[in-house]
Design a protein around this ligand. Structure first.
Ligand code: B3K
Ligand code: ZN
Length: 855
């Protein structure tokens, strides 16, 4: 619980820190219930500050002693920190505080997980460790001494000394407190060395608990490839003698980029073919790269304040997407990224939680680590790169690193390097950072006398606190395809900057078919009336892989909408198009697997809602099931042929080629199992020798309402492996039939292994239900009530993870008034709790501010 009426902070109120820090020395005497933290901090007045008040953040600390230049002082303590009279000249502050890491269930600050000590300080967790100006624009070198009987004692930077029961670390690179880290535990390393382009030999270690030894090879390999890639593509070399990564079981998010000491959720480090799926391997590669890339985009150049979060996150996501595209397939990667963007960010942008990429106010910053800041933040950078071209982008980035290394920067600084490097005026482009909401781009066309005209209009709907929107700069990548299927105009980027604009193409022999928004060149919703024939034409002829996939997806949506709203039968033209695609051996298996996947239930709910139709989650679920069975029957022998063809000879490899084959093979199996009562999936499960196949077959069985026996076998086999058991829990809640999902979830919350204080397990069970659209939105409201009960319970223990899951309710405005009434009741029940956290208080406040209606 935090203060009673937490106040928002505003970007416009930023003021520079009153004091700067030249050096930090910390000593930790670790103890589960009484850790002592001694600090010695060299402060000096900031000449750029107008305020001279000395304030240090501190939360939940027991102050033992404090002194200034060696003379004891008695500071004034508040719930948020302390103030104290200080000299008007450089001075040394010393303090000793006591904290209880074992009692820290919020997993922020210094806490314990399975007997090991670890930290999580971003965004504002350092203030739970000691008194400090806990804001990112205060950067200092840190020297840390750790005292404990545990064998492995780690902190940021380079090791500078160790002995029986102690170790010292020195980080020469000035950093903000949110990048501080400490780990102590019984850990074993998987190690390698890397010599940088500057000739520095770096020791690389991935630390895991002894029982997990042998599962860090892929993470280590991903790290080496990330380090090499950042040198080759961005010219960025690593800058310390050691790079440590530690896997932790209890962690609120994916991972954390602490300088020289990344701390990871163990699910994004540990992998073996038997226990991790292809998707897990891909996530490990991506997140290892992401955290490593932060060393330059986030750590060497950090954020002036938390409103600038997208400066590091949007850019680092963009960089990890580039890396993954280079390591795997750009086309498949782009499609996967857009699926995620639409599922998470578009959904956020169209609901009560919509906010700009750079928010202008927040109450709890942890609530703003969102798809908008991360994924839309990355899209904005992708657009910039498209507008200035790859060379302009490289020039701007070099300037960014030269000019801002060692600084805490802003979005203004970021855009200025692009303006200076390329001469382009970005004042209108900057609206992407300040306007929330997804722009709608409406396109109509005309053809006469060899001239083809595209009329483009843009409008962005109102979002909370932003009624009117101005036009944004939208790079619209377009190609034109002639009636015979040949491309007559290759990809051209049209710059749409006005509310309405016209673009012409001369000298064409016949009216072309436009391929619009190629590569998904801007995060917008394209609105264009078009026929099924034109979609099928693009599906067959488009040279842009993204738009080829998009055409198939649009066809699928049309078919599903007709099935849901008009009880239509699955359109044969669509089924034929799928058959052609499934058989097309010129297409990458991974691409085919994606193209054969139907839009999700949540995506269909959003699609119907945007078309002015109130979605019925049960009807959507039923239509999707009917369509899957129709696809299974229509393509019949194609599936078994694919199943036989897409085997992977040789030992398991998590690389893109084999993963793509396995994914197409499982898509085939999923359809076969619908027609043979599950026999094919049962035997696939029995013969599986890797987790991708084992879990894939089990999911298929659950989806067709079978698999009880296999679930039991799976549990018996994996009961000792918590990460695999997370999958077992999640599968049941997310795939249960709509009428059984709530009961299944409730039963699993009584399971002896439902350790709800572990965020991974909580997300598997309760989060799994929220992802089961038809089950969660059960008309009785039982899904809402169960989730609300658990959010209330978790909020008292771990506000960050609880608040994040409240986003399950952000889609309330799509649904009928009865469901809206039930959602409102659930949210109001949460809002009415005594001692609600600042995190959850802000979230339910925003969710309730614009609705939902009462019943
Ligand atoms: N920077 C961290 C996220 C911190 C979240 C704090 N609630 C991981 C990342 O984005 O790389
Ligand atoms: Zn990040």
């Amino acid at each position: 619980m935090k203060d009673a009426a937490p106040q928002p902070v505003y970007l416009k109120d930023y003021t520079p820190p009153a004091y700067l820090v030249d050096r930090v020395e910390l000593t930790f005497r670790l103890h589960p219930t009484a850790t002592r933290v001694l600090s010695k901090i060299a402060f000096r007045p900031n000449p750029a500050a107008s305020d001279t008040r000395f304030f240090l953040h501190g939360e939940g600390l027991k102050l033992i002693a404090a002194s200034i230049d060696g003379a004891p002082v008695s500071p004034d303590l508040t719930a948020e920190g302390l103030t104290c009279a200080v000299p008007d000249a450089p001075f040394t502050w010393e303090s000793e505080v006591e904290i209880a890491p074992e009692a820290n269930t919020a997993l922020e600050g210094l806490y314990m997980s399975n007997g090991m000590y670890c930290t999580q300080c971003e965004a504002e967790g350092f203030r739970k460790i000691t008194y400090y100006p806990d804001r990112p624009d205060v950067m200092a070198p840190f020297h840390v001494r750790v005292e404990s009987d545990l064998p492995v004692l780690l902190s940021n930077g380079n090791p500078v000394g160790a002995g029986e029961g102690w170790a010292e670390w020195h980080d020469p690179w000035p950093k903000p407190s949110y990048l501080f880290a400490l780990v102590a535990g019984e850990l074993l390393a998987t190690s390698d060395t890397f010599t940088t382009s500057e000739g520095r030999k770096v020791d690389l270690n991935i630390w895991v608990r002894p029982a997990d030894q042998g599962k860090a090879d892929y993470a280590l390999d991903s790290l080496v490839r990330s380090m090499r890639w950042d040198e080759e593509v961005y010219g960025r070399a690593y800058d310390l003698d050691v790079f440590n990564i530690v896997a932790v079981d209890d962690f609120n998010m994916g991972a954390m980029e602490n300088k020289g000491l990344n701390i990871f959720n163990s699910r994004y480090v540990l992998a073996s073919p038997e226990t991790a799926t292809d998707r897990d391997y891909e996530n490990i590669e991506r997140i290892i790269a992401h955290e490593y890339f932060h060393n330059w985009t986030g750590n060497r150049i950090t954020c002036r304040d938390w409103f600038q979060l997208c400066l590091k996150e949007g850019l680092t996501v963009f960089r990890d997407q580039q890396f993954a595209g280079d390591a795997r397939s750009h086309a498949v990667k782009r499609i996967e990224d857009v699926i995620t963007l639409r599922a998470r960010q578009f959904r956020e942008d169209n609901g009560p939680l919509a906010h700009p990429v750079r928010p202008e106010s927040f109450t709890e910053i942890n609530n703003f680590y969102t798809a908008t800041v991360y994924e839309k933040g990355a899209e904005v950078i992708g657009m910039l790169r498209r507008l200035v071209g790859p060379e302009g982008y490289d020039k701007a980035l070099s300037l960014y690193f030269d000019r801002h290394d060692g600084q805490a920067a802003t979005i203004e600084d970021w855009l200025k390097v692009f303006e200076d490097a390329t001469g382009r005026d970005l004042s209108q482009f900057k609206r992407w950072y300040s306007q929330a909401g997804t722009p709608r781009v409406r396109v109509t066309d005309a053809f006469s006398d060899g001239t083809y005209t595209l009329n483009v209009e843009q409008a962005t709907p109102p979002t909370p606190g932003q009624a009117d929107k101005a036009p944004q700069v939208i790079p619209l990548a377009v190609g034109l395809i002639g009636p015979n299927g040949d491309e007559v105009v290759p990809t051209t980027v049209l710059e749409v900057a006005e509310a309405a604009q016209e673009f012409t193409f001369e000298g064409l022999g016949a009216k072309p078919v436009p391929s619009l928004l190629r590569g998904f060149s801007a995060p917008v919703i394209l609105e264009r009336e078009t026929s099924a024939e034109e979609r099928a034409f693009l599906l067959a002829h488009d040279t842009d892989p993204f738009n080829k996939w998009e055409a198939g997806r649009a066809l699928a949506k049309d078919v599903l909408v007709a099935m849901i709203t008009a009880n239509a039968a699955p359109a044969p033209a669509y089924l034929d198009a799928l058959a052609a695609m499934a058989r097309d051996e010129t297409l990458d298996p991974a691409f085919r697997a994606l193209a054969l996947r139907l839009p999700s239930e949540d995506d269909m709910a959003e699609t119907l809602h945007s078309a002015g139709i109130t979605p019925d989650p049960l009807a959507i679920h039923a239509a999707r099931e009917t369509l899957k069975t129709a696809v299974a029957a229509h393509l019949g022998p194609i599936w078994s042929a694919l199943y036989d063809q897409m085997t992977c000879p040789g030992p398991y490899s998590p690389g893109a080629a084999d993963a793509g084959r396995r994914s197409l093979r499982l898509a085939a199996l999923g359809h076969m199992a619908r027609l043979d009562g599950g026999n094919s999936a049962r035997s696939h499960f029995a013969n599986a020798n890797n987790m991708t196949d084992e879990l894939g077959a089990l999911s298929i069985l659950l989806e067709i309402g079978s698999g009880e026996e296999e679930l039991d076998r799976f549990a018996r086999r994996w009961v000792h492996d918590r990460l695999v058991m997370d999958k077992w829990f999640a599968l049941q809640t997310s795939l249960a039939a709509p009428d059984r999902a709530v009961a299944t979830t409730r039963a699993l919350t009584d399971h002896p292994d439902f350790n709800w204080k572990n965020p991974n397990r909580f997300r598997a069970v309760i989060g799994g239900l929220t992802m089961n659209a038809a089950g969660f939105h059960d008309p009785s409201g039982a899904g809402y009530d169960l989730v609300a009960d658990w959010l209330i319970r978790l909020d008292g223990v771990n506000p960050q993870t609880a608040a994040r899951m409240s986003t399950a309710f952000e889609t309330w405005s799509r649904y009928d008034s009865a469901r809206q009434g039930r959602i409102r009741a659930a949210l109001q029940r949460i809002a009415g709790q005594d001692g609600l956290s600042r995190d959850m208080g802000e979230m339910v406040g925003r969710l309730l501010a614009t609705g939902p209606q009462g019943a």
